[in-house]
Design a protein around this ligand. Structure first.
Ligand SMILES: Nc1ncnc2c1ncn2[C@@H]1O[C@H](COP(=O)(O)OP(=O)(O)OP(=O)(O)O)[C@@H](O)[C@H]1O
Length: 599
């Protein structure tokens, strides 16, 4: 550490333990040594042992004061904990100079005075614990602080009303046993009476004391009139807006999906499709494809699931629009008596018919148990149709973010999914390397769950354009083409580890993960369900490191999806192959070679 920081630390300790009363020589705190290399008691430094990151001096009977002016000169300080001592005095407003501070623990002391408003201005603050002290005055307003996870201020003498907090984000919150008054804010959500009890003048739905109804003030009638007419106008505008939106949606739907004439017929008109009419209301058919001579252009591949499928059957069958992604629409179709299918309809794919056919044939030749096979395809000038088998169990996205919120999806399951995806991707990359066909649109909604809940990649090779990778250049060399899939795989790993959904290209999630990792609070990125389950932190960090490598901004520095061949030599030449270091839960029925996937 530099000399300025050492001097500041010594000044801070001088105030905290006046006269060095509690300090013993083995504490190390002296001007002739370095806090990092000489390991001063309570000091934690960064990995390079250069800068002080944490000061944790708990239960040491320290009875002086907190010299904020000095301690905030430790410019990289993230954590300050003085819990369970006898520290007196107040917390000075200069605490805002500790700009990087994330954790402040002062509970169990004899602090007094108020908590400075500037505490709420700390840009990175995550956890503030000031409980069991003699703090008084009003609480700072934390409503503008976005990252706060903990605020514990119980057992003090705080007065005034409870200010705003971002309650939805807070994990722990208590202001119990103070002298707070007035109503508990409406948006406190899941925090119950225990967070507010012991404040005799506080009222709210959580407490036995409900708040009195606000007295109507006798202000001018004109004001009331203005307010009510404002509401009326606002209501009118909202209604008009909704109507416009609905109209627009209807129009779009008409453009994209023409209702099958057979489903449109009313029973009185004597339609021949009575049985179809009795199906769900929202069923449509994909009938915008030009009729006449189409069956010849439909290629049904050698899939056992659709023996004898004819294009006419597909067109006639009721279809339900189940997705409208940026690349096309997706319909669920169930031909009479046949197996459930989905049809992806891609418009304006700039690819010649021959090229498209060649591409589909190539993809069809490469089979992997974790890749959803194509059942049939059709190509016209304006659009391409791709047919797959419908998967009843939904997608990885649904499993992670659906109603169960990943609760039932344990660490072993997540590893196994990651490993299967990696193996499938590695295999496909290897087989389709010469043809330059990557997946192109890998994301958790394109990873479906088969009947046995094994994951499988769907829509392989459909999207040759518009990769997810924001760092992708126009230079579609072998490397960058396939490295976009590696990037997308990294994003999926982050989704599995954090349990957080990905929006657009995943850059939001990546930014958040990187900022937390940089602050060395890595554990906070992991899905709470995994922590509760007791998943190994070391292994989660290991997988996180793999994810971070995959999302490297430069495609060349990302690893390559790699398989281990039978003699354990990585297949594929060039840069470091990504071998899946995930030990899967071995299933007795699986062949050993298939489960020995390593990253
Ligand atoms: N074969 C299938 N069986 C069951 N559900 C599927 C199947 N294919 C896709 N889905 C699901 O249908 C929904 C819509 O899929 P769609 O491909 O239109 O959306 P998307 O993947 O978000 O968009 P895009 O692939 O165009 O970027 C997704 O939730 C997806 O998981």
């Amino acid at each position: 550490e530099d000399e300025g920081v050492i001097t500041a630390l010594l000044a801070f300790m001088d105030k905290l333990a006046p006269g060095g009363a509690q300090i013993t020589p083995n504490w190390g705190w002296n001007a002739s040594s370095d806090p990092c290399t000489s390991k001063w008691v309570g000091i934690t430094c960064d990995r390079d042992n250069k800068t002080v990151k944490k000061i944790v001096l708990e239960r040491l009977n320290l009875s002086g004061t907190l010299d904020v002016g000095s301690v905030c000169k430790v410019s990289n300080l993230l954590v300050l904990s003085l819990s369970f001592n006898n520290v007196t005095g107040n917390v000075q407003p200069e605490i805002s100079n500790c700009v990087r501070l994330t954790h402040l623990y002062l509970s169990g002391n004899r602090f007094s005075g108020d908590l400075p408003d500037s505490l709420a201005e700390l840009p990175n603050v995550k956890r503030v614990v000031v409980s069991n002290n003699g703090f008084a005055g009003e609480l700072p307003d934390f409503s503008g602080t976005t990252g706060l996870l903990t605020f514990l201020a119980q057992n003090n003498r705080f007065t005034g009303q409870i200010p705003g907090f971002n309650y939805r984000q807070l994990e722990d919150f208590s202001v119990a046993n103070n002298d707070l008054s007035g109503p508990i804010p409406d948006d406190t959500g899941r925090f119950d009476a225990s967070s507010f009890a012991g404040n005799p003048q506080l009222c709210g739905k959580q407490l036995p004391v409900t708040c009195p109804l606000k007295k109507k003030k006798h202000k001018s009638k004109l004001r009331d009139f203005l307010i009510y007419s404002g509401y009326v106008i606002l209501g009118f505008v909202v209604v008009v807006l909704i109507a416009l939106l609905l109209l627009k949606k209807k129009k779009q739907r008409h453009e994209d999906v023409k209702i099958d004439p057979s489903t449109k017929k009313s029973p009185e008109s004597g339609g021949s499709s009575g049985s179809r009419n009795s199906r769900a209301r929202s069923e449509f058919s994909i009938t915008s494809v030009e009729s006449g001579g189409i069956s010849s252009s439909m290629v049904v591949l050698s899939s056992p699931v659709v023996n004898g499928l004819r294009f006419e059957d597909l067109l006639k069958a009721p279809a339900e629009l189940i997705g409208r992604g940026k690349h096309g629409s997706l319909y669920r179709v169930k031909p009479d008596g046949g197996v459930g299918l989905v049809v992806k309809r891609i418009k304006d794919w700039k690819i010649s018919r021959d090229e498209f056919k060649k591409r589909m044939q190539k993809i069809d030749q490469i089979k992997h148990p974790n890749v959803l096979p194509l059942v049939a395809y059709y190509s016209s000038k304006q659009e391409k149709l791709l047919v797959y088998e419908f998967q009843l169990n939904g997608s990885l996205f649904g499993l992670l973010h659906g109603s169960q919120n990943g609760q039932m999806f344990d660490w072993g399951g997540r590893l196994s999914v990651a490993s299967s995806i990696a193996a499938a991707l590695a295999f496909m990359h290897q087989e389709l390397q010469a043809d330059l066909i990557p997946h192109g649109n890998l994301k958790s909604s394109n990873i479906l769950l088969k009947n046995n809940m094994e994951p499988c990649l769907s829509e392989y090779g459909l999207m040759a354009r518009d990769h997810q990778d924001p760092n992708q250049t126009n230079n579609h060399t072998t490397i960058t083409t396939f490295k976009a899939d590696v990037y997308a795989f990294g994003v999926i790993l982050l989704e599995l580890l954090t349990g957080k959904p990905v929006q657009d290209d995943g850059s939001g999630l990546i930014k958040w993960v990187s900022s937390v990792v940089q602050e060395e609070w890595t554990v906070e990125v992991f899905d709470k369900a995994l922590i509760v389950e007791g998943a190994s932190e070391e292994r989660m960090v290991g997988l996180l490191q793999v994810a971070l490598k995959c999302i490297n901004a430069s495609p060349e520095l990302r690893p390559t999806m790699g398989l281990l061949s039978y003699d354990d030599q990585p297949i594929g030449k060039g840069d470091t192959p990504l071998t899946v270091g995930i030990t899967c839960k071995q299933k007795a029925t699986e062949k050993k070679k298939e489960t020995d996937k390593k990253i």
